[in-house]
Design a binder for this molecule. Structure first.
Ligand SMILES: C[S@@+](CC[C@H](N)C(=O)[O-])C[C@H]1O[C@@H](n2cnc3c(N)ncnc32)[C@H](O)[C@@H]1O
Length: 313
């Protein structure tokens, strides 16, 4: 009688990047499926998750010689596919942890309903509108020049560090500018109460939930890796600084070129990042290795990184 071979998981091919701090628990870059990898994370282990999933445009995303297939243009199917990942993400977050889901007009309204169901409506924190100007124009309507990043928190007492993300105060607002000891201060008086509010210009301000000061990457940007849909580091940096501190753990289940991991490594956050495309993993590894070496040369070596390939071979 023939015996059926027992299906088994092939052990991943591991590679290790060292930057001179071998004593630390390594960060992780995994070539694998988002849902499967998220399901393996221990409950409450993460402080923040940023994801930029394939939107469901049904097209092949093409960069400089690098490409990945987006999901079919079917928002219901997209949400059905994404929901288990949202559930695993919620479970993997600490009680003060937050999830950021980067979307555009095609899917945001479907995914917001799914997030309300998974996290609870009271756990919605912000809908961040990221505005940019680069790219084609429309002749039949206003140019679609923003993405939406939905922010949900696991618990009611979520971490937020507003002083880490202050931006300069802009002139030309409705507030008058007066000098206080030679330093400019924006001032306004509440008409009803007569109370005077004063904001030193030098302190900057916490940004609103619409961001117009982070431009999308252009073709000649030094940050560009060639991976399609790469997001600017400044965008992810503001998010990670707002909700994490050095030593905290972050995850990205759709790494692409490794933007979240690169920002985490530079800011001293620990990370796990996943992509199912081996080419994306190559781009991530090259990017993180180069930055890691530069940080080590500057005297701030980051922890090692374990790269797990072939997890589904
Ligand atoms: C919009 S891109 C992410 C871009 C990234 N934020 C960056 O800055 O480079 C989406 C990524 O999701 C990956 N992807 C798609 N389906 C996946 C899945 N089921 N599991 C893991 N990765 C997946 C694609 O290979 C692609 O790299």
């Amino acid at each position: 009688m023939e015996i059926e071979p027992t299906p088994h998981r092939v052990p991943p091919r591991l590679e290790r990047l060292e930057f001179g701090r071998a004593d630390r628990v390594p960060d992780r870059i995994v070539c694998g499926d988002a849902v499967e990898e998220a399901s393996r994370i221990e409950e409450g282990a993460l402080d923040a998750i940023y994801i930029d999933p394939p939107f469901g445009t049904g097209i092949v995303r093409q960069g400089r010689g690098l490409r990945y297939a987006d999901r079919a243009d079917d928002p219901e199917a997209f949400v059905t596919w994404l929901t288990p990942l949202l559930e695993h993400s919620r479970r993997a977050l600490a009680s003060h942890g937050s999830l950021f889901v980067h979307l555009d007009y095609r899917a945001v309204h479907y995914v917001k309903v799914a997030l309300d169901r998974v996290f609870g409506r009271e756990q919605f924190v912000n809908e961040i509108v990221w505005c940019y100007a680069v790219g084609g124009k429309s002749r039949r309507g206003f140019g679609r020049k923003h993405d939406t990043i939905l922010w949900y928190a696991r618990g009611l007492d979520w971490a937020f560090y507003p002083d880490a993300v202050r931006v300069p105060r802009r002139g030309g607002s409705h507030m008058r500018v007066v000098l206080d000891g030679g330093a400019p201060v924006q001032e306004k008086t509440d008409r009803k109460t007569g109370r005077v509010y004063r904001y030193p210009v030098a302190d900057g301000k916490v940004p609103e939930d619409w961001w117009i000061d982070v431009e999308t990457l252009n073709h000649s940007d030094r940050e560009r890796t060639g991976w399609p849909s790469q997001k600017p580091e400044r965008l992810v940096e503001r998010i990670l600084k707002a909700v994490t501190v050095p030593g905290n753990h972050v995850a990205d289940w759709f790494a692409g070129s490794g933007t979240t991991a690169a920002v985490a490594q530079r800011l001293g956050r620990r990370f796990v990042t996943v992509d199912r495309e081996p080419q994306a993993i190559d781009v991530c590894v090259a990017r993180l290795a180069e930055q890691g070496r530069a940080l080590a040369q500057d005297g701030t070596p980051p922890p090692p990184i374990v790269v797990a390939r072939d997890v589904h071979a």
